[in-house]
Design a protein around this ligand. Sequence first.
Ligand code: HEC
Length: 276
Amino acid sequence: MSKNNVRHGEGETRRRGDLEPERPESMFSFSKLSPRHRVTVSPRRVSSGLRVVTFAAFCLLAAGCGVRFDMQDQPRYKAYKESDFFADKRGSRNLPDGVVARGFLKDDKALHTGKIDNPNLNAQVQTTTDASGNTLVSSFPNDIDEFPVPVTKELVDRGQDRFNIYCIVCHGPVGNGDGMIVRRGFPQPPTYHDDRLRNAPVGHFFDVITNGWGKMNSYADKLSAADRWAVVAYIRALQVSQNPEETLKMNSSANTNSAAPAAHGSPNANTHGGER
Ligand code: HEC
């Protein structure tokens, strides 16, 4: 009995089945009680008690199966269970086309893709070739050139924070492409400070972070769209920090706020494991 009591939440059938072999043990457990609590119960009385419990359990089971239809008894498939109802035998169905989870409708295209509204997929792109023979894309006809979010100091600060977690390891503290992983042998990324990337629209940076670029992975699973824009704003600030003559290209379609340059970090800052 004692053993039986601790088994919460198991099916009635199993409980019934378990009772039989345990009969001798439950008899002995009575004698293990302290003398004050000890009661004399004959084996015959124990087993008849068990029979009553068994019978009650059986009644409950019968009631559960046949008579009551509570929500807890509703017909349903367990995940990945086979189904005879559907032609393809899969109980787990695909979502209907076009279904979007509540709160996940990415209807602001500029914010979520960094692309213009009607991209021309056949637009010719210019390319240049770098010293090591890599082909570098240098025109970005389908990328937006204005931030789709207000550019504030908070945005740039947030971008600095995320950049120093996710990007500094390869791109280095100011974006020269001399991060610690690169010094240990990873292919060197291009500097952010040549004409090509200084003139690249903000949508291109967003695209690189979102979808990856060549040897670089996507960071879309680590940075929300808002955080990706924050990192792009910080890259712009880094660009100005290295080219003080440059005008700050922080135009935003969301409002006209411009953030002050917020570049920090010296080229050697990450020899100490980053700034933060
Ligand atoms: C593991 C190393 C690594 C990390 C981390 C990394 N990158 Fe890169 N990144 C690269 C490499 C390598 C390239 C060059 C890829 C190529 O051209 O094949 C690159 C290229 C780029 C480019 C230039 C694309 C172009 O047009 O040539 C940008 C912009 C960029 N990364 C931004 C970022 C940002 C922002 C982050 C952080 C969210 C980041 N990267 C994190 C390695 C990295």
